[in-house]
Design a protein around this ligand. Structure first.
Ligand SMILES: Cc1cc2nc3c(=O)[nH]c(=O)nc-3n(C[C@H](O)[C@H](O)[C@H](O)COP(=O)(O)OP(=O)(O)OC[C@H]3O[C@@H](n4cnc5c(N)ncnc54)[C@H](O)[C@@H]3O)c2cc1C
Length: 271
């Protein structure tokens, strides 16, 4: 991982891979922050028949092809979940778990993201609600914590928390949870039952994009962009399912290409 990239892309699905390859073609340094390949929408497709140049194949096979192309490219692949983007003058700081990297232009290619937070989630984030067990687990060593999530990262985080002596109450992500407390969160409510906990770890594949990038304009769950895939924030572009319907592979790849070209133009004009 470098300290400063020209372009960081959040999401390693078709939109993110397309943006990365185009950014590299234009001579930029590129990093892609990506959850596991199995977390993208395309991975779930039984058979994809509408992508030019490729024979019909399963979404899993196609994702693996895209992923291989990305790995073989000059882009740095940073495995993990981007948690927060901080504007710092002309550059952006990006937190990935416990790590931190920076870029001059950002492309969000995070797929369909969930803006609906659990009641109490935003209010208590950083005060008894955490998105990252590796970052915050030690603060709750030996205590009782709830872990909401059913992906691979949640499994690993549950093991880590247990290893450091936490009593971990596990919950699947698709429930209706409420978080409450005083100055700090201390209760998780689910199906009428209250669980007393010291922290609620919420491990989803995606982070709400408005939480990821504060100030980003979003309408009905989709990031608002112009035809250049530019968002309302200078230097921030978006591509793929996160910009709204239609949710289609061809659109995602095309928007990734446009977002990268626009990011390059932005970088060249701000030299
Ligand atoms: C069942 C199914 C079948 C489909 N069939 C077809 C089809 O036949 N033809 C077609 O054209 N389209 C099809 N689609 C739609 C197509 O899969 C999507 O339009 C396409 O995958 C969108 O690409 P994307 O890169 O925008 O998002 P995704 O493919 O969802 O990729 C986004 C990636 O970003 C990651 N991510 C999100 N947030 C973060 C973060 N904070 N940090 C790091 N990584 C992050 C996600 O985990 C994910 O891996 C299908 C979709 C589904 C669900």
């Amino acid at each position: 991982m470098q300290e400063l990239y020209d372009i960081i892309i959040v999401g390693g699905g078709p939109a993110g891979v397309s943006a990365a390859l185009t950014g590299l073609n234009r001579g930029k340094t590129v990093a892609v922050i990506a959850n596991g390949v199995e977390t993208g929408s395309l991975y779930k497709a039984e058979l994809v028949t509408n992508y030019p140049g490729l024979a019909p194949m399963s979404g899993e096979e196609m994702c693996n092809l895209f992923h291989r192309q990305l790995k073989d490219s000059a882009a740095d692949l940073i495995s993990g979940r981007a948690l927060n983007v901080m504007p710092m003058g002309d550059i952006f700081g990006v937190a990935v778990g416990n790590d931190f990297t920076q870029c001059r232009a950002l492309i969000i290619a995070a797929g369909i993201t969930r803006e609906n937070l659990y009641p109490g989630e935003a209010e208590y984030l950083g005060r008894g609600v955490s998105y990252c067990a590796t970052c915050d687990g030690m603060l709750y060593r030996g205590k009782t914590v709830a872990l909401v999530g059913n992906n691979k990262e949640a499994e690993e985080d549950a093991r880590f928390l247990e290893d450091i002596g936490c009593k971990v109450l596990r919950f699947a992500e698709n429930g209706r949870y409420e978080i409450s407390g005083g100055m700090k969160a201390d209760t998780l409510k689910f199906r009428g039952q209250e669980y007393k906990v010291d922290c609620v770890f919420i491990i989803k594949d995606t982070v709400s994009v408005t939480r990821l990038v504060p100030g980003l304009e979003v309408e009905k769950g989709a990031i608002v962009t112009d035809r250049r895939m530019a968002t309302n924030l200078p230097g921030v572009f978006a591509a793929g399912d996160c910009t709204g319907k239609p949710y289609q592979l061809g659109k995602a790849v095309g928007e990734g290409n446009i977002a990268a070209l626009s990011a390059c133009e932005y970088l060249d004009s701000s030299k």
